[in-house]
Ligand binder design. Structure first.
Ligand code: AMP
Length: 721
C-alpha cells in the first residue's frame, strides 16, 4: 500500500486510496482518531505517541517533544533527552515510523511507500530532510508535494470545474502562503504561482492580543504586570485561547491569574481584536495581490478561494477576503484531513520521474516577467497521475552569489526564477579567473529568493573543484541548477564547452557571511596580463659569480612566472643601456637571452640608467607593468636615474629594485615604486628574492566567486549517469 501523509507541525494524518471506491480516505489511528498529534513523549518505558503524549504534554510532563517540524533541515540538534541529542529530522523519523506502523496495524497492510506533504515555503534543504526522515522510517518517498496543492486536490475531487482558478489561502501559526492553482481540463491541476511570508501567522495575532490584555489588566487593577518571562508565557497562552474563543463569540471574558499578582477578569470584543490586527490581515492581502500579479490575474479571474490553516478560522479572514475579492471564501474543507487526502490522490502517480524537464529558455529575461514564464509549459510532458495530473511550480527563485560586472559588489544572480513549472533546469555561464600553481576552486552559494544575497536563505555551499588553469587566466564556468519533482535542488558545473561535470564538494555555509553584504574592495582576483622587464647591471663589479648568480636567479624567476598571462623582456645596463630581448611569452628564449648576457657588454661603468627604455617598452602595454632592476653598486648619475624612475612611477609602471654588494639602500628606495619593493639582500639570497617578487605578481588576493557576464543563459545539459 502507498499512503499519503500530512506530516504536520501540530497534527499528522495518513490517507490512502480505497481500492474498492478509488477515492481517498483517512486511515484512522489505532485510537480511532483521524489525526495524530505530532508529539513524542520519551517516557521511561519507551516512546509514547497519540492522545497519551498530547495529554502528557498539556499537563507539562517531562520529555514531551513537539513542533520540531519548524527546525527541519537545520542540521542542529533540536533537543537532548537523557544525554542523547536529537535533530528535527530524527524526531520526524520517529513520528513517521509510528504513523506507518500504526496505519499498518489498522489496515492490516504493509506500507513501503508514501507521498508526503510539506509547506509550500519549505526550502530545498527542508524537503531533503523530510525525504531522509522518511527513509529512516523505512518509507520510500514517491513524491513530496506542497500542502496547499494537496488541499486544492482534495477540494477539486468534489468541486471539479474545468478552468476553475483556485486561490489557496493558507494562514497557519507562523506562516502565510498563497497559492494559485488552475483546473485545466478533466484531469489536470496546475499550480500557477505561490508566494508567502514566513514571519506572518497566528502567533502575530496572539502577540497583539497579548499586548491588549496587558493594558487591560493594568487598567483594571492599576498594577503593571511587568515584562518577565513567566508573565509573558502566561499572557501569550491566554491570548491564544481568547483569540480562538473570539472565533466563536464576542465579547470574550478572560480570567487572569498572574503569579504574585492576584486575579482579575478582562473583556475583549471581536471589533477590538479586528481593529488591532487590521494591518496584519492587510499584509496577507498584499501576498494575494503579489501572486495574482505574478501570473497576470486579477480578482475576477479567481473562481474559488480556499481557506487552509488554523488561523483562517478567525472570522476576520473570510470577511477581509470577501471585501477585497468580492467572493465568499470556502472554508468547508476540513483542513485537518484535506492535506492527507490530497496526498493520497498523488499516490496514484505511476511515474514520479518526468522524462522531460521544463527548461528555462536561454534568452529568458533575468528577472522574468509573466510572459516567458508560461512559454515553457509546452515543453513539459504532461504526466498522467492516475486520475489527476498535477503540475507544480518552483516556490522560490534560485540564485547564486556572483560578483557584478563592474567587480564592485556581490549580487544574487537568479538561475531559476520563482513560479516556473517543475521539474525544471537552467544553466548560466560565468567568468572565473584561474591561477597557475594553485587549486582553482569556485564557491557556489545557493540563494533561495530573489532579493540581495544576505536577504535570501543560503541553504548550501558547493565548491567546484578541478578547474583547469587556462592561458590568460580567464575561463568560463557553466553552472546548472535543476529542481526535481520534489523541488529539491541539484547543482552541476562544467568548464567551457566540456562534456564532463567538474567534481563538486559540499561544505557547510559559514556562520559569517557578512562580507557578501559589503562592497568589494580588492579581494576579487582578476588576473591581468603582466609585462615585466628585468634590467640587470652588467658593469665590471658584476664580473664572475655575481653575474652568474644573478643569471640563475633571473632564470628561476622566469620559471616562476605564469607565462601564459605574462611577457618578460631583458635589459642590460651599465655605461649604455640595451634591450637584450624584447617582451616575449616564450620562457625558453627568454632564459637563453639571460644566459647570453656578458659582463661589460654595455660598458664596465655605471653612467646611465634603464628607466627611459623601460618606459618606451612598457608605455603602450595594457595590464600590470613591472620592471625589476638588479644592481650591485652605486650608479654614477643617481639623481638623473631617480628622476627618470619617478617618471615610470607616474605612469604606474611598478619598479622593484634588488641591490646586493655595494648597492646604496637609499637609492634603491628612491627608484622603487614602494619601500616594500626596495630589497637590499646578499648575493646568496638573489634566487629567493626574485622568487618572492614572482609570487607577489601572481597573487591578487582570494575571492573565488563567479563573475557575472551580463549574459542571460546557456544551454542546459543532461545529468550524468
Ligand atoms: P496550523 O499551523 O494550520 O495548525 O494553525 C495553527 C494556528 O491556528 C495557531 O496560531 C492557532 O492559534 C490558530 N488557530 C487554531 N484554531 C483557531 C481558531 N478557532 N481561531 C483562531 N485561530 C485558531
Amino acid at each position: 500500500m502507498v499512503v499519503g501523509i500530512d506530516l504536520g507541525t501540530t497534527f499528522s494524518a495518513v490517507a490512502r486510496i480505497n481500492p474498492q471506491t478509488g477515492l481517498p480516505e483517512i486511515i484512522p489511528n489505532s485510537e480511532g482518531s483521524k489525526i495524530t498529534p505530532s508529539i513524542i513523549q520519551f517516557a521511561p518505558g519507551g516512546l509514547v505517541f497519540g492522545s497519551e503524549a498530547k495529554d502528557a504534554f498539556e499537563v507539562g510532563e517531562d520529555n514531551c517533544i513537539t513542533t520540531f517540524k519548524r527546525n527541519m533541515g537545520m542540521g542542529k540538534e533540536y533537543c537532548t533527552i537523557d544525554g542523547k541529542e536529537y535533530t528535527a529530522e530524527e524526531l520526524s523519523a520517529l513520528l513517521l515510523t509510528h504513523l506507518k506502523e500504526d496505519a499498518e496495524q489498522v489496515s492490516g497492510e504493509k506500507i513501503e511507500e508514501a507521498v508526503i506533504t510539506v509547506p509550500a515555503y519549505f526550502y530545498s534543504k527542508e524537503r531533503e530532510a523530510t525525504i531522509k526522515s522518511a527513509r529512516r522510517a523505512g518509507l520510500k518517498v514517491r513524491k513530496i508535494i506542497n500542502e496547499p496543492t494537496a488541499a486544492a486536490i482534495a477540494y477539486g475531487l468534489n468541486h471539479w470545474r474545468t478552468n476553475a482558478k483556485i486561490l489557496v489561502y493558507d494562514l497557519g501559526g507562523g506562516t502565510c502562503d498563497v497559492t494559485l492553482t488552475a483546473m485545466k481540463n478533466e484531469s489536470e491541476l496546475n499550480t500557477l504561482g505561490t508566494f508567502g511570508d514566513h514571519y506572518l501567522g497566528g502567533r502575530d495575532w496572539d502577540a497583539r492580543l497579548g499586548d491588549l490584555l496587558l493594558k487591560k489588566i493594568e487598567a483594571e487593577t492599576g498594577i503593571n504586570p511587568g515584562e518577565d518571562r513567566e508573565t509573558k508565557i502566561i499572557v501569550t497562552r491566554l491570548a491564544e485561547n481568547c483569540k480562538k474563543q473570539l472565533s466563536q463569540k464576542s465579547p470574550v471574558k478572560v480570567p487572569v491569574s498572574l503569579p504574585g499578582f492576584g486575579q482579575c477578569t478582562v473583556e475583549v470584543t471581536r471589533e477590538e481584536f479586528d481593529s488591532l490586527t487590521a494591518d496584519l490581515i492587510e499584509r496577507t492581502g498584499i501576498l494575494c495581490k503579489t501572486v495574482l500579479d505574478e501570473v497576470g490575474f486579477t480578482w475576477p479571474d479567481v473562481t474559488d478561494i480556499l481557506l487552509v490553516g488554523g488561523s483562517t478560522r478567525m472570522p476576520q479572514v473570510s470577511a477581509y477576503l470577501q471585501r477585497i475579492s468580492g467572493k465568499k471564501p470556502i472554508a468547508h474543507v476540513n483542513p485537518d484531513e484535506a492535506v492527507a487526502l490530497g496526498a493520497a490522490v498523488q499516490t496514484q502517480l505511476k511515474d514520479p520521474t518526468y522524462n522531460t524537464l521544463a527548461v528555462v529558455p536561454k534568452d529568458a529575461k533575468k528577472n522574468k516577467g509573466p510572459d516567458n514564464k508560461l512559454s515553457v509549459v509546452s515543453e513539459r510532458r504532461i504526466t498522467q497521475v492516475g486520475i489527476l495530473t498535477v503540475n507544480e511550480v518552483t516556490t522560490h527563485a534560485m540564485g547564486i552569489i556572483a560578483v557584478n560586472e563592474a567587480g564592485t559588489e556581490y549580487i544574487n544572480e537568479t538561475i531559476i526564477p520563482a513560479n516556473y513549472p517543475i521539474p525544471v533546469k537552467s544553466a548560466r555561464a560565468f567568468n572565473f579567473y584561474t591561477r597557475s600553481n594553485s587549486d582553482n576552486e569556485l564557491d557556489i552559494y545557493v540563494l533561495q529568493g530573489d532579493k540581495k544575497p544576505l536577504e535570501c536563505a543560503i541553504p548550501y555551499k558547493y565548491v567546484v573543484t578541478g578547474i583547469r588553469h587556462v592561458k590568460g587566466g580567464k575561463t568560463l564556468i557553466r553552472i546548472q541548477y535543476s529542481y526535481d519533482q520534489n523541488a529539491v535542488i541539484h547543482v552541476q558545473a562544467r568548464q567551457e564547452q566540456d562534456t564532463k561535470d567538474l567534481p563538486i564538494r559540499i561544505e557547510p555555509v559559514p556562520e559569517d557571511m557578512s562580507k557578501y553584504g559589503r562592497p568589494i574592495e580588492t579581494e576579487v582576483f582578476v588576473p591581468e596580463t603582466l609585462s615585466i622587464l628585468l634590467a640587470v647591471d652588467v658593469s665590471g663589479s658584476m664580473s664572475g659569480d655575481p653575474l652568474s648568480d644573478a643569471q640563475n636567479a633571473m632564470c628561476a624567476f622566469v620559471d616562476d612566472i605564469d607565462i601564459s598571462s605574462a611577457e618578460i623582456g631583458i635589459i642590460a645596463v651599465s655605461d649604455r643601456v640595451e634591450l637584450v630581448y624584447p617582451l616575449t611569452d616564450n620562457a625558453e628564449k627568454c632564459k637563453k637571452a639571460i644566459r647570453g648576457i656578458t659582463c661589460g657588454q654595455t660598458g664596465y661603468g655605471n653612467d646611465t640608467h634603464p628607466f627611459k627604455l623601460i618606459r618606451k617598452e612598457l608605455g603602450n602595454r595594457k595590464g600590470r607593468r613591472f620592471a625589476v632592476i638588479l644592481a650591485d653598486g652605486v650608479w654614477s648619475n643617481q639623481d638623473v636615474a631617480i628622476r627618470a624612475a619617478k617618471e615610470c612611477h607616474k605612469e604606474n609602471i611598478e619598479i622593484a629594485a634588488i641591490g646586493f654588494g655595494g648597492a646604496d639602500e637609499d637609492f634603491l628606495r628612491n627608484i622603487s615604486s614602494s619601500d616594500a619593493n626596495a630589497l637590499k639582500v646578499s648575493q646568496s639570497e638573489l634566487t629567493k628574492t626574485f622568487g618572492s617578487i614572482a609570487q607577489s605578481m601572481g597573487s591578487g588576493g582570494g575571492g573565488n566567486n563567479a563573475r557575472d557576464r551580463g549574459s542571460s543563459g546557456t544551454e542546459t545539459w543532461e545529468e550524468e549517469e
